[in-house]
Design a protein around this ligand. Structure first.
Ligand code: KIV
Ligand code: NA
Length: 257
């Protein structure tokens, strides 16, 4: 699974053997420049979902339910998820949370909305947890994450993201569940992996977290290209005659009155 926020990224993923495109609320950080995902709205997620839908051909399309768009009431959750599917063209939605949202997940799946879970490090909960911290590090914490994953599966989720947990805890969850586990910062003992598109192609001007491997260096290439453009403009080597339209047949002197 890889994130996609627009049609261009969706087209790239469509030709790259990816199973799921995720319109992640991480777009709050990557696209909008916020320092968390909390400010992202339903309307913004809907806009990006539509952009991705137009470029996507093949992968299953999952959209994140943003902060406070599902924990307020079941009715509001189903209405907001319904927008992502009916107006945005998503195939399913992803919700952060464990046992405390299991009845909500059940209600949504009864309404024929495919739900992907997300447990462990939950970026929408940073104000409760004190920041972006690995979860499930002690026995009590590990049992909590495992219980959350089990509750989400029992509620009807079709897959679950395991974020920011030790590999042995991810292994325990993966062996316990029958739905696919998709890890990020959760080690190798999972059924699949997810990364943010920008991180995996190396499109970043910041140090990357430990769990990211940049498989390319798109950011560096882009910076080089922009530098080469400004140099070529300043030294008048761009555009060349081949990059310009043909001159007219108007005799010199007649263009200026
Ligand atoms: O918002 C996001 O990109 C995510 C993935 C990293 C799992 O939730
Ligand atoms: Na997210």
């Amino acid at each position: 699974m890889v994130t996609a926020y627009d049609a261009m990224e969706a087209r790239l993923l469509s030709g790259a053997e990816i199973d799921i495109a995720l319109v992640g609320d991480s777009l709050g950080n990557i696209v909008q420049g916020h320092d968390s995902t909390l400010p992202v709205t339903v309307e913004e997620m809907l806009y990006h979902t539509r952009c991705v839908r137009r470029g996507l051909d093949g992968p299953f399309l999952v959209t994140d339910m943003p902060f406070l768009s599902y924990n307020t009431s079941q009715k509001e959750a189903i209405t907001n998820a319904g927008k992502m599917i009916k107006e945005g063209g998503a195939n399913g939605v992803k919700l952060e949370g464990g046992a405390e949202i299991s009845s909500l997940v059940r209600a949504m799946t009864r309404a024929m909305i495919p739900v992907m879970g997300h447990v462990g490090l939950k970026p929408q909960s940073i104000n409760m947890t004190g920041g972006y911290k690995v979860q499930g590090k002690d026995l009590q914490g590990a049992r909590q994450v495992i219980a959350d994953a089990v509750a989400i599966e029992q509620a009807g989720a079709f897959a679950i993201v395991l974020e920011g947990i030790p590999p042995d805890v991810a292994r325990a969850i993966t062996s316990r569940l029958s739905i696919p586990t998709i890890g990020i910062g959760a080690g190798i003992h999972v059924d699949g992996q997810v990364l943010v598109f920008h991180d995996l192609v190396g499109w970043s001007d910041r140090p990357l977290p430990r769990f990211v491997r940049p498989f390319g260096s798109v950011g560096l290439e882009a910076r080089k290209a922009v530098l080469a453009f400004s140099e070529s403009v300043r030294n008048h080597s761009f555009p060349s005659p081949e990059e310009s339209y043909p001159e007219t047949a108007i005799p010199p002197g007649e263009i200026l009155p």
